[in-house]
Ligand binder design. Structure first.
Ligand SMILES: C[S@@+](CC[C@H](N)C(=O)[O-])C[C@H]1O[C@@H](n2cnc3c(N)ncnc32)[C@H](O)[C@@H]1O
Length: 247
């Protein structure tokens, strides 16, 4: 027995719901992503990748990598030589495979709670719009730290909970009313695009997320809001000497 915590029955059922939802919208995911964000998602991924310090990275893990856009941006900007795109919704990965066929990329069907990789094998882990969907972030982040080399980066782009201010309020109206209506029309999935604003509401605030990363031995170097707090980029680094607390 490795002693690694596992998901409860309730969590497993939530995890299944998330996987089935992304499986069902895979075919329209890219179109809706770019349409509903007016292409901002592309700019935000580029901005996130630009936050990485310049250094040689052999292998990166794009966790909850979906259709592969974050890995593609990373490789295009030459911030790593090769990448693994990992996701548990296989139809999302099929699209990633086609889009990244000319790159040094391999796609793995993987649940982010149980990474099937050896300790310290990645120079960095990146995740865009993925962490918010994770059922048990503590389990996932502990595993992210495990697979990172000491000094390796964890780069996260996501919509965080707990944001406020007039611009955010306007965005929130769009997110709760306009986006689910367009999403439902195009994807024909009645749930997926109502789930999105709910998942943001429930997700950690940027401070709570920072606290969680640091409690797992990842030191947060930078946190940057994009478009006045609509999304946030977090860059953390694995601290070499962290000792896991006993449960
Ligand atoms: C909003 S999409 C983001 C995709 C991509 N990273 C992007 O930038 O467009 C979230 C992805 O996370 C994946 N995901 C959610 N929970 C997961 C888990 N526990 N294990 C693996 N993948 C997961 C979903 O299947 C989905 O493809």
């Amino acid at each position: 027995m490795s002693g690694k915590p596992s998901l409860t029955h309730q969590q497993q059922s939530n995890n299944r719901f998330v996987r089935e939802m992304f499986t069902s919208i895979a075919g329209v995911y890219d179109l809706l992503n770019h349409l509903l964000s007016s292409g901002m998602d592309i700019l935000w991924r580029k901005k996130a990748v630009r936050m990485l310090p310049c250094r040689q990275r052999e292998l990166a893990l794009d966790l909850c990598g979906g259709t592969g856009d974050f890995a593609r941006t990373l490789l295009k900007k030459k911030k790593a030589n090769a990448a693994i795109v990992a996701d548990f919704a296989l139809p999302m990965l099929s699209i990633a495979k086609k889009k990244l066929s000319s790159q040094k990329v391999c796609c793995n069907g993987v649940d982010a709670h149980y990474l099937p990789y050896r300790d310290g094998c990645f120079d960095m882990v990146l995740s865009a719009f993925g962490m918010r969907n994770i059922t048990d972030l503590e389990i996932c982040i502990a595993d992210v730290r495990r697979v990172l080399k000491p000094g390796g980066e964890f780069l996260v782009l996501d919509f965080m909970g707990g944001q406020s201010g007039p611009v955010y309020h306007l965005f929130s109206m769009y997110f709760h009313y306009v986006l689910p209506a367009i999403g439902k029309l195009v994807s024909r999935d009645p749930i997926a695009y109502s789930y999105l604003p709910q998942s943001v509401k429930k997700f950690h605030s940027r401070d709570m997320f920072k606290e969680l990363l640091e409690s797992k031995g990842l030191q947060v170097k930078k946190q940057k809001d994009v478009l006045m707090g609509i999304a946030t980029i977090t860059l953390a680094v694995k601290i070499g000497s962290y000792v896991k607390e006993e449960d």
